[in-house]
Ligand binder design. Sequence first.
Ligand code: NAD
Length: 342
Amino acid sequence: MLLVVGGAGYIGSHTVKHLIEQNQECVIVDNLVSGNQAAVENLYNSALINNPKSQAPHFEKVDLADCLALAKIFKKHQISAVIHFAAYAYVGESVTNPRKYYLNNVVGTLNLLNAMLDAGVNKIVFSSSCATYGNPQYTPLDEKHLQNPINPYGQTKLIIEKMLTDYRVAYGLKYIALRYFNAAGADKNAQIGESHNPETHLIPLVLEAILQRTAADKKPKSVVKIFGTDYDTPDGTCIRDYIAVDDLALAHYLALEQLDNFSGCLNLGTGIGTSVKRVIAVAEEVTGQACPVEYAPRRVGDPPILLASNKMAQEVLGWTPKTIDIRDIIRTAWNWQLNRKF
Ligand SMILES: NC(=O)c1ccc[n+]([C@@H]2O[C@H](COP(=O)([O-])OP(=O)(O)OC[C@H]3O[C@@H](n4cnc5c(N)ncnc54)[C@H](O)[C@@H]3O)[C@@H](O)[C@H]2O)c1
């Protein structure tokens, strides 16, 4: 049985879907602070479309702060390995309220690792982030790049990576920390997708603005802000590396299989850059509708270009992203928006 902490969230739900399609048994632990109960039901429905033998995941509403409840989970289920997605992940909020981030991300993970130790479970795949690198000294970023996070969110992820290393040395923990770049897109069956509240990621913001603009209701319409048009990039806007959420899900499955052979950190990205303006242009092409935009000054702490070298993930996991055309990624996100149930 696999324990997926944060499995009711965006990337977690897509990963559980992939795992149960591969006939793995999963128990999701989530406090639903940003995840969704409906995602748990819908991921199962989607998995059934692809594999009618998929087994429904178990669900336990538990907070990582609750050590007693965590211990009970490990007693109740025979856990072979853990995948840990649960975290707060708003960079701006982490600057104004770091306490919230250190408590949930760092202390929450510490509680989880200790519950694993007490239960004799020694395998974990952890959601890290390219935010651990800080401002790039060169691109594409490889795993040897200096890690110098520029916000508390990135710090929490780096601290956890260091905890994992210390637990490996002291207690024989087997871990893989996956440093995601920009997760994007949705389930190809459009049953689950990105549903953050508030939403801060570019692709859903663009698609939501397009949907609202054409909606008949009188609700306030959102406008997409483009922060900075004077960067040293071909069209002046920031460039990011969008990785399809289904490809992330696959990488977790492969990482679980490699835990006996490798412990360490791996970048997950495509190595392909897409600018803010290009994302908007492709979204307009995919939806056939215009996106309302507004130009705004640069935001503090936004590097011009963030691109992954995924060479090491290819070597260690035998993983290559399958959906690399931004049009295909945005199309899945659009289909999800049109079919959205939560
Ligand atoms: N989305 C991205 O582009 C991206 C990029 C890099 C890293 N990450 C990391 O990937 C992970 C998943 O991201 P996401 O976008 O799916 O986020 P998400 O908010 O959709 O999912 C996180 C899940 O964890 C749960 N959770 C949070 N705190 C918890 C706690 N104390 N106890 C139990 N459950 C808790 C939430 O309810 C939610 O279901 C996060 O750790 C995030 O930092 C995401």
